[in-house]
Design a protein around this ligand. Structure first.
Ligand SMILES: C[S@@+](CC[C@H](N)C(=O)[O-])C[C@H]1O[C@@H](n2cnc3c(N)ncnc32)[C@H](O)[C@@H]1O
Length: 259
């Protein structure tokens, strides 16, 4: 993806030094001479998709897993009645090959309940870990998150590094379809960087630049998330930051009408 970064000066000069807002007109599009947004382009370039997925799965190797006590997991706990009724405990929306679900099962073997990982059919098709998913009782459900959510009433909907790939309008479509699927006691966890109002670290700025360059997207402040969630039919409840350098955080939302 280096050519996309090299195209930034040319892109900005051609576009009055404005942030890209259209995911088909970015430095990536200029560099790769395509009008396809990155994820669509990658579907036609599966070697690149494979590398991207491997990066997503491997990028935090060596770091403590978020599921290893870095964040409170009370929101995932279900009543015995829910477990008996096969309610989904964790629905990982845009979960790639399900690597976060695997980690969850490994670090939280006593948390009972179904786990579902969702992604595009073409992406799940590339997954090499089906045997491991089966062994850990993790279900793979193909799903385009711009469409109606097939898993209704899960206890937790989890979106790691998904919302930061999109600007506000498509993000509202993704979160809006989750908002339509929630039960009164569900929570929606967006796992993304939370940017400070001023004084971002180089790591945060580099992520923000990557989102702009590839996707016409953005890393958001807490206020920006609160507004986005509200416009998607949800309500920001609290933020738990688990990586101070990046500002990686659980941005936890509940149904808009919950008290
Ligand atoms: C940056 S990756 C994050 C993957 C995973 N959640 C993680 O944290 O490792 C974004 C994911 O969104 C998926 N994605 C992109 N467009 C999608 C769509 N329309 N429907 C479902 N998933 C999509 C990609 O295939 C990719 O797996």
């Amino acid at each position: 993806m280096t050519p996309a970064y090299q195209a930034i000066p040319k892109y900005l000069a051609k576009n009055s030094y404005k942030n890209p807002t259209d995911s088909t007109k970015t430095p990536f599009n200029l560099a790769y001479n395509t009008e396809l947004p990155v994820f669509k382009w990658r579907e036609q370039n599966p070697e690149n998709y494979k590398v991207g997925q491997a990066f997503m799965a491997a990028q935090r190797i060596g770091q403590r897993s978020v599921w290893d006590g870095l964040v409170p997991l009370d929101d995932f706990k279900m009543k015995q009645e829910d477990i008996d009724n096969d309610r989904v405990m964790l629905c990982d929306v845009g979960g790639g090959s399900g690597h976060q679900c695997v980690e969850f099962r490994k670090y939280q073997p006593d948390m009972k309940g179904r786990i579902v990982t969702e992604d595009l059919f073409s992406v799940q098709n590339l997954a090499k870990n089906r045997e491991e998913l089966n062994k850990l009782n993790i279900e793979m459900v193909p799903h385009n998150f711009m469409q109606e959510q097939p898993v209704q009433g899960a206890k937790v909907y989890y979106l790691r590094n998904v919302i930061h790939n999109w600007n506000d309008e498509p993000s509202k479509v993704i979160l809006g379809s989750v908002a339509k699927a929630v039960a009164p006691d569900s929570v929606v966890i967006v796992d993304d960087v939370v940017m400070p109002q001023v004084g971002a670290s180089w790591k945060q700025s580099s992520m923000d630049l990557a989102m702009m360059t590839m996707l016409a997207a953005v890393e958001r402040t807490e206020n920006h998330f609160a507004q986005l969630l509200q416009e998607s039919g949800l309500k920001l409840r609290n933020v738990v930051t688990y990586d101070k350098d990046y500002g990686d955080s659980f941005i936890i939302a509940v149904p808009a009408d919950s008290s």
